[in-house]
Design a binder for this molecule. Structure first.
Ligand SMILES: [Zn+2]
Length: 253
């Protein structure tokens, strides 16, 4: 009973704190257990056990229950955006973006959500130190851009509303080697491609569509497409057998 009351107080304190759990980049274990002392109207013989380390709610496996109107925001599981053919967004969805000053190729600017931008910048800096001149070939794409691309290529492009690029959390990478652009599958087999795969998770990125996982992700191998999910989720994805976001979050593609 006492535990139940405590849990309720903690929950209320958390809600009252104005923190939107959905917008938190990574569920942080340090954020929640602070309010125990002040908020408690409990009589003094409070439980002497430490405030239980707030266990993360098992949000994985959540169903996409958004109504048509609610699809102006992406489906989120454990604060991680899931954007795919079965979890689409409408044309009205537009994330908050910043431009990132990193080398690019074939695009006029690199726009991403701030968390992803900061992480990408750090990834590029580290890659440069390791001898790899990475470039971004595509980052944020609007619904209308996606629509245009899809009209041109139904086979390799996701339909508008279903592309991760619309989230501002994904980037397509390539490398400049000996003055030449190495992109696509060639990027995947290059030293730079291998380096990014190895180190992406340290920056919160994952190779979103691994080889031989189209049955799970719904997308064939894309060695150039990296997705920011935060370091916690990136590490979690790395621990799954299939290295897929779908398996980690226990959701369909
Ligand atoms: Zn991509």
């Amino acid at each position: 009973m006492i535990r139940a009351i405590l849990a309720l107080i903690l929950t209320l304190a958390f809600v009252g704190s104005g923190i939107d759990p959905a917008s938190a980049e990574e569920p942080s274990p340090t954020a929640s257990p602070t309010p125990t002392t002040s908020a408690s109207p409990m009589p003094s013989p409070a439980p002497t056990t430490d405030p239980a380390p707030s266990e993360e709610p098992d949000c994985r496996g959540a169903a996409d229950t958004r109504s048509a109107a609610q699809r102006n925001k992406p489906f989120r599981v454990c604060a991680v955006v899931v954007l795919s053919k079965h979890h689409r967004v409408t044309a009205t969805y537009r994330p908050k973006l910043v431009t990132v000053s990193v080398p690019r190729n074939g695009i006029s600017q690199v726009a991403l959500q701030r968390v992803a931008a900061t992480a990408l910048k750090a990834l590029f800096t580290r890659a440069r130190k390791a001898g790899h001149k990475l470039v971004v070939r595509s980052a944020y794409r609007s619904f209308s851009t996606q629509k245009y691309l899809y009209r041109r290529d139904h086979r390799l492009t996701a339909p508008p509303g279903a592309s991760e690029h619309q989230s501002g959390l994904a980037a397509d990478l390539a490398v400049i080697r000996k003055g030449r652009l190495v992109r696509g599958y060639a990027f995947g087999t290059s030293a730079a491609g291998r380096w990014v795969r190895k180190h992406a998770a340290e920056f919160g990125f994952i190779l979103r569509y691994p080889n031989h996982r189209a049955a799970i992700t719904g997308i064939p191998y894309e060695p150039w497409h990296f997705r920011y999910v935060g370091r916690t989720a990136a590490a979690g994805v790395g621990k799954t057998k299939t290295k897929t976001l779908e398996r980690y979050l226990k959701v369909s593609a």
